[in-house]
Design a protein around this ligand. Sequence first.
Ligand code: ADP
Ligand code: MG
Length: 685
Amino acid sequence: MSFNLTDSISSIRGVGPKTEQILNKAGIRTVRDLLYYLPRTYENYTETTKLSEIQPGKVVIRGKISDLKTSHTHRRNLTITEGVIRDNTDAIRVVWFNQPYRARQFDEKKEYYFIGNYDFNRGRYQLTSPKAELAQDVDRKNGQSSTFRPVYPARGSFKPEGFHKIMETMRPGFAFIPDLLPEYGLAKPGARADALFKAHFAENDDEVKSAREYLAYEELFELILASKLNKQENQKLHAKVIPFVPEDIKKLVEHLRFKLTNAQRLSTFEILKDLEKPVPMNRLLQGDVGSGKTVVAAISAYSTIRAKHQVALLAPTAILASQHAESLKELLEPFGIRVALLIGSTKCKPAIKEQIASGAVDLIVGTHALLTDDTEFSSLALAIIDEQHRFGVDQRQKLLEKTVKTTGFAPHLLMMTATPIPRSLQLAVFGDLDVSILNELPAGRQPITTKIISELNFVDTLYPTVRSYLEKKQQIYWICKKIEEGGPSEAVSVKKQAKKLENVFKNARIAFIHGRMKNDEKDSIMEQFAAGKIDILVSTTVVEVGVNVPNANLMVIMDADNYGLAQLHQLRGRVGRGQEAAECYLVTNNNEPSRRLKILEKSNDGFYLAEADLKLRGPGEIYGSLQHGALNLQFASLSDSQLIAMASKYASEFANTCAKNPRALDDYPELTTCIKRYQQLTTLN
Ligand code: ADP
Ligand code: MG
C-alpha cells in the first residue's frame, strides 16, 4: 500500500465522510496533513514505577485501587473523587476532579495501570487525575504491538484513539513516503519516511527524539530557503540609484546638535552604500530604545532627496508620525527639504496628496493612511518603516506594488525596530534582510534605575519618590494593565489609579489615556503631556511605542508580572530620554518576584533581554506580534541555535544552486509548495 500525499484523507481506508468532515474542520485535509499530525506524547507501559520508589513527576503505576469516595466542595463547585492505590511495595493517594464516574469504574480485586502526575497538591503528595486502564487489557494489547504508545491530541469530537486507528491503517504505506528535501545535512535518502514512521510508531524515547530532530530540520530548511529565495527575487528588481555624496552628508551631520555615535555612523554608511546599488535595499535597522534611529533615517532620507527623489516615512501611530514630522522638519527644512504630514486627522488631505503626486513635497511622514490607494508618489525611491513589527507583510507588499506600478522601480526599504531580534531568529526568519545594528547609546545617557517593589509597602516607598519628581517638575508615566475595573484579572485599572492619585497628589495635573479612546482625544492628551501640561500620565501600554518626552523620568508599572520581558523593556524605554537620571518601579503583589522582573532589574541591555526572553518564553509569544502569529513553527524551536545554523548552511547552499540553475527546484515540487507558504510570510515582493 502506498499513498499520495496530496490525496484527500477520504482516500484512506477507515476515513468515512463523517470523520473526513470533522478532520477537515480541524485543518486536516490531505494525507500529508495526517502524516504530520504527530502524537502529543507517548505512554510507556513497560516502565512502571514501584510505589516505594516514587518521585514527583509523570509516572506509570501498576496496582490495585481501594477506599474510593466522592465529595463535593461548594465554594469552587468541584467534585472530588479520592482513593488509595497499592502495589506490593507501598500505597499512595489518588484524586480526580470532576470525574465522579471514577468512584464506580474500578474493580478492587483487579490490577490497573495508572498514568499521571505525582505531585504536591492541597497539602500532600498525590497522583492527580491519572488515566487508568485495566492491566490485563493493556498486557493483551502489548502482546500484539509496542508497549510504547502514542497519544494524539484530540480534535473536536475526534478522539486520540481514532487517530491511532487511522495511523495503524496507514502503517504499511510509510515506507513509500517520498523524500522532500535535497540531500543535504540530515536529509539523507529515506530520512523523511523514517522520521515520520518513528514519530508515529516509536518504540522508545530516543526514536521520538531523532524523529523530531529531523522534522525540525526539515521545517527550518524550508523556512530559511524561502527567505533566501526571496532575497534572490528581490535582487532581480530595479531600484533608483542614489549617489553617495560625502560632502553633502557632512554638511547635514555638522548641522546636528550632537555628535553621531560610531554605531550611527556605521549604520548610516551601510545604508548609503546600499542606496547606491540599482537593486532595492531591504535592510533592518535594529537599535534599542533611545539609540537614535531617527537621525540615521533622516540622513538616508536627505541623501535620497538630494538625488531628486521622494521618501516616505511610515509610523505605527498618529502621535509618532506627528513627532517624526516635527523633528524632521526642524532638521531638514533649513536644507530646503519640504516635509509633509499625512495622518487620519490631517486637514486638506486632497491638497497634500496632490503635492505628493506632483513632487512638490520631498518627505512624506504618515501612518497607514499613506498607503491608501489614492496616494500616488511622483518618484518614491525610499520607504522607511518605523517599528516595523506593527506593519503587516500585506501593507509592505502594497507599497511595493504601488511603486513598481507607477514608476517601474521598487523602493529601497529601511525598516527600523527597537525589538532586538536574537541572531538565531534572524537567520531563520529574516534571512532575506540585511541588518544594521545600533548597539551603543548616545554619550551622556544615564542608565535607568529599575526597582521591584511590593504593592504592600507601596505608599511608603513610592509616594515620596513621586513627590520629589513633582517638585523637580519632572513628569511621570503610570502604567496599568486594564482600562476599567472588573473582568477576571485583579489588576488595577487606569481609571481607578488616576482617581487614587488625584486624591493623594492634590496639586498635580493628572490625566489618563488608553487604547479605547478616539484618536483625536489620544493625540491631544499626548500633545499636552509632551508640552509639559500634564504631570502624571496614567496609561495602558498605548504609550509603549516610540513617544519621546525627554522630561518624563519616572515610570511606575503596576502589576508588572502581567507583561513580557520585551514589553516591559520597551515601556521602560519611554523614560530616561534626556540628560536626567531616570527610574522605573515594577510593582508586584507576588511575594517572590518572577525571574523576568529580576532580569529586568539587573539589565538595561535590550539585546541581552531579548535573548533571555527567548529562553524564558520561546519565540512564538515575543514575535507573535511581529509576524502576526503567522510564524507558526510546529517542530523547530527557535532557541535551538545549532540546528538553525546547520539548516541555514545547507539551505544557503541549495539556494545558491537554484540561483545558478533556475530549474533546480523543479525536481522538488512538494518542497516548492511548502516554501510558498513561508515566502508569503517573509517576502517583500
Ligand atoms: P530611537 O532609536 O528610540 O528611535 P530617537 O531617534 O528617538 O531614538 O533618539 C532618542 C533621542 O536621542 C532623541 O532626542 C535624539 O535627538 C537623541 N540623539 C540621537 N542621536 C544622538 C547622539 N548621537 N547624541 C546625543 N543625542 C542623540
Ligand atoms: Mg524611534
